[in-house]
Design a protein around this ligand. Structure first.
Ligand SMILES: Cc1ncc(C[n+]2csc(CCOP(=O)(O)OP(=O)(O)O)c2C)c(N)n1
Ligand SMILES: [Mg+2]
Length: 330
């Protein structure tokens, strides 16, 4: 078992968390650079600083569970089994990639039902409604699985979020509502847009458990979300987990980030969670410098190969615009 009855996470899982955090960071950096080179279709939202939350929560899922991700954090798609080249070619709007060049990619629409990946919607809050629907489907089908969804502090204020969480509690649905609170909803600080100190406090109003954790500690995220998912699967108990992170950079590549004061920037500057976790593994003798360097290199090479593949893929033409939208007449 990855977690002992005392809550100790095993070494294999701890190293898996690290490996996926490196994937998350390098995908983020490389896709950000690709955007600046004019290759990424639509926009790009960096996940820098929230890698532990991305990876810790998704590693706690089991096959058959459902995930509704957000527009940040690309490693989660690979963790659920999406092919790297397909992901990058999709982000570049190429025919061989996800969406075949017809969708607002860079994760907004990326889904694959066979992998339990439900696409997020452009409208904030939709992820929570979709996860509640997936959880209802699990209950009706008597399937022992749970749904996990991601939302930010800004999205948490939407009406459909509250309706969905209430419904999940009333019906006893196997859902975990995972909120990543980075302190900003684009230019609106959470201190202005959210009426409680912690989003987890809202859980009580639906009769659910709610907990706030350090979203920069992958082991804590993995353990807490894992326990919440277990309660969802086995006891049909929905709950809220709020992971605290800081948004290190701008909201997206299109955001001039001019609203942050120097004091805001100072507060948002935190120790890099990826390097902090790597240093802790090395300090505990679970990883060494040479192995870590080789891992970063290996992942970088794989991403560069996928980028070269995507560069060489086909641009869609006008004739592809409606392909797959309507059923062909037979
Ligand atoms: C219903 C709706 N309103 C506004 C937007 C535009 N928008 C996209 S992301 C975003 C900020 C969301 O902040 P938060 O939920 O905290 O997530 P974060 O970007 O901080 O990860 C906004 C306002 C939207 N997509 N949908
Ligand atoms: Mg936010």
């Amino acid at each position: 078992m990855p977690v002992s009855s005392e809550g100790v996470v095993d070494t294999t899982t701890m190293l898996d968390l690290h490996r996926w955090m490196v994937w998350d960071r390098l995908l983020d950096t490389k896709l950000n650079n690709s955007f600046r080179a004019g290759k990424v279709m639509s926009m790009f939202h960096s996940a820098s600083g929230q890698e532990a939350a991305d990876v810790g929560a998704v590693l706690a899922l089991q096959p058959g569970d459902a995930l509704v991700p957000t527009y940040r954090g690309k490693a989660v798609f690979l963790m659920r089994g999406m092919d790297l080249k397909y992901l990058i070619a999709g982000s570049f709007g190429k025919k061989e990639g996800f969406g075949q060049g017809r969708s607002m990619t860079s994760s907004h629409a990326m889904g694959d039902r066979s992998k339990g990946l439900l696409p997020m919607q452009g409208g904030l809050g939709g992820a929570v409604a979709n996860a509640t629907g997936a959880a209802l489907a699990f209950k009706v089908a008597k399937q022992p699985n749970a749904a996990l969804c991601w939302s930010g502090d800004g999205a948490s204020n939407r009406g459909d979020v509250h309706e969905s969480m209430n419904l999940a509690a009333v019906l006893g649905l196997p859902a975990v509502f995972f909120f990543v609170n980075n302190g900003w909803s684009l230019s609106v600080p959470a201190s202005y847009g959210v009426s409680v100190e912690h989003l987890s406090q809202r859980a009580a109003s639906y009769g659910m458990r709610g907990i706030t954790i350090d979203g920069t500690d992958p082991v804590e995220v993995y353990r807490t979300v894992g326990e919440a998912l277990e309660r969802a699967r086995h006891d049909r108990e929905p709950s809220v987990v709020e992971a605290m992170v800081r948004r290190g950079g701008a909201h997206s590549v299109n955001d001039p980030d001019s609203y942050r004061t120097d004091a805001d920037r100072e507060r948002d500057r935190v120790e890099d969670p990826v390097m902090k976790y790597q240093a802790s593994l090395i300090g505990r003798g679970l990883l060494d410098d040479a192995t870590a360097a080789a891992l970063w290199k290996d992942i970088e090479v794989q991403i560069d190969e996928a980028i070269a593949y995507a560069d060489a893929c086909t641009e869609p033409g006008l004739e592809d615009l409606l392909a797959g939208v309507y059923e062909e007449e037979s």
